[in-house]
Design a protein around this ligand. Structure first.
Ligand SMILES: [Zn+2]
Ligand SMILES: [Zn+2]
Length: 237
């Protein structure tokens, strides 16, 4: 006891295992997680990444604003973040839940203010998907984010009734409305008049987050903000 207090075990990086006295990740991994900022900035509304010095609002949001207040991510679905999500989601590396939750918490504090969320909700999986994967990764992320920011988390407010198939030949809004039917708010009393924070691992087109938001707003939520680990890059080509 005294020995470990006098000579604490050096902290190691949650991703690569090298020494990381400064926190969850070593300097090299932290640099990789931040590297996108030299080239991109998030769309003001949906948080998808745009090349610096270009517009502040992406072309999708210029066409139609998303129903959520704002979405933000830790970084692009690329490189180290893509690998970490893969390990967490498909290789069962659950030890990443806490450090990834702390990364999400940082994004919420820095970029989703000033509205403090009343309740944190994970994007639900369907029963079949959940059984196949054994855990809802968004649920684990929501729990560690909630712990970090001292916010209540509820994974039972909303259920996913069916999978959502990609729909072409529809406008963004009608696609969202169609998708919203895939989610059912099972406990509307818990969200009436509340500011909600929706958590997922990846935001690609934003259609899932938009569909959840439409269902939550229709059930009486005051506002919905979205935080994810990763997001898409606009105009990559
Ligand atoms: Zn590392
Ligand atoms: Zn946008």
């Amino acid at each position: 006891m005294l020995f470990s207090w006098l000579f604490p075990k050096p902290r190691s990086c949650a991703w690569c295992g090298r020494p990381s006295p400064g926190g969850d990740f070593c300097t090299a991994c932290r640099d990789q997680l931040q590297a996108w900022r030299q080239r991109y900035h998030p769309c003001h509304y949906c948080g998808r990444l745009l090349l610096l010095a270009k517009e502040v609002i992406c072309r999708h949001c210029r066409e139609e604003l998303p129903p959520f207040r704002k979405a933000r991510a830790v970084g692009p679905y690329h490189g180290i973040m893509k690998e970490m999500i893969w390990a967490f989601k498909y290789q069962g590396r659950r030890s990443l839940a806490a450090p990834l939750g702390r990364l999400l918490a940082g994004v919420v504090v820095r970029e989703l203010g000033p509205v403090r969320p009343d309740l944190v909700l994970p994007v639900p999986l369907t029963g079949a998907r959940l059984r196949a994967r054994a855990f809802n990764q968004a649920g684990l992320l929501a729990l560690s984010l909630g712990r970090e920011l001292d916010l209540p988390v509820d994974g039972d407010v909303m259920a996913r009734i069916r999978e959502t198939a990609p729909q072409v030949n529809l406008t963004r809004r009608s696609r969202w409305r169609n998708l919203a039917g895939a989610f059912r708010v099972t406990a509307p009393a818990k969200i009436t008049g509340r500011n909600l924070l929706l958590v997922d691992d990846v935001l690609t087109t934003g259609a899932t987050a938009a569909a959840c938001t439409i269902a939550l707003m229709a059930a009486g939520a005051a506002s919905v903000a979205v935080v994810t680990l990763a997001t898409g890059i606009e105009n990559l080509s």
